[in-house]
Design a protein around this ligand. Structure first.
Ligand code: NCC
Length: 276
């Protein structure tokens, strides 16, 4: 029954997912010499070998009082999002950060981005949606948030730091996967950073442990664990197809129901472990 269904999904995703970042070979980026600007190593080969076990820590308020910090830090790599801090929340979210996914809004506030310690000494992966019918020239002129200039500047001042921009075609391929696996017709709005990050880690790791994407028994309308702001749209979605993303991840879960309830933890196989 459900084991078979989840296997089918793992296979389908493995077949469809190709992580793509801007490599500077298409205009306007070729013209702007981005081939020399972007990191030389492709993102899907960031590590020598697949990491054994990875954690994806969402920013949901429900991670508060989870005491999952130690478990999270025990993973080989930890992925976090946007402005989610570890300092003073270590007990619940851990203190290790390997990769951070940031939306273009973060980069557009250049002052915050350049001074905060959240973005130092880790791998950064930024994204901005573009339109569904991706036109890179148009996108470069009119991104959702103006993040190209801050990216260029950061690459020049910190050439050693791995810092990628996801190709908008990759973002929309993920949307296609979501739409392709549900019955409802959803809006063509991009998936959340959370979903993007989960899929990225399925490429880089043999096993992915996702915390508080599927809400645990601690589910709350507290938006983020680090802010006193309440809105249940943060958990259920408004702009992003978050609810559908969550249904899909739940269907792919190979972990126990108890982990889901008590830890808010879903366990997913990395694509390298999926034999179709
Ligand atoms: O809130 P955000 O997401 O940074 O959260 C990161 C990811 O965690 C998951 N999440 C978060 C809160 C919650 N209660 N439940 C969850 O499951 C989601 O998967 C989410 O993607 C984003 O996706 O980039 C987003 O970014 C924020 C905001 O731009 C950043 O925090 C920067 O300040 C967006 N909020 C607004 O624009 C107001 C949010 O919609 C999506």
């Amino acid at each position: 029954g459900s084991k078979l269904l989840s296997r089918k999904l793992h296979c389908e995703l493995k077949k469809q997912v190709r992580v793509r970042t801007l490599d500077g070979r298409e205009p306007p980026f070729s013209r702007l010499h981005w081939q020399k600007l972007v990191p030389p190593k492709p993102l899907d080969q960031l590590f020598e070998a697949k990491l054994k076990t990875c954690a994806v820590v969402t920013s949901a308020g429900a991670v508060l009082h989870s005491s999952l910090g130690r478990e999270i830090d025990n993973h080989d790599a930890v992925l976090r999002f946007n402005a989610a801090p570890t300092f003073s929340y270590e007990k619940d979210v851990g203190k290790k950060t390997t990769i951070r996914i940031i939306n273009s809004q973060i980069l557009a506030s250049a002052n915050w981005f350049n001074t905060s310690s959240l973005y130092k000494n880790i791998t950064l992966v930024a994204w901005d949606p573009a339109e569904y019918a991706v036109n890179l020239e148009k996108w470069y002129e009119h991104p959702d948030f103006n993040f190209f200039r801050p990216y260029e500047e950061h690459r020049k001042s910190h050439p050693e730091q791995p810092f990628y921009i996801l190709h908008p075609k990759f973002i929309w391929e993920l949307w296609d996967i979501i739409q392709g696996n549900i019955d409802e017709d959803i809006q063509p709005n991009p998936p959340s950073s959370g979903f993007i990050g989960i899929i990225l880690m399925m490429v880089l790791c043999e096993e992915v442990h996702v915390y508080e994407f599927i809400p645990s028994k601690r589910q709350t309308d507290l938006c983020h664990y680090y802010e006193r702001f309440h809105d249940n749209a943060c958990t259920l979605g408004a702009y992003h197809p978050l609810l559908y993303e969550k249904m899909l991840i739940q269907r792919m879960n190979i972990g126990s129901q108890d982990d889901l309830k008590t830890k808010g933890k879903a366990t997913l196989p990395g694509f390298s472990m999926v034999n179709c």
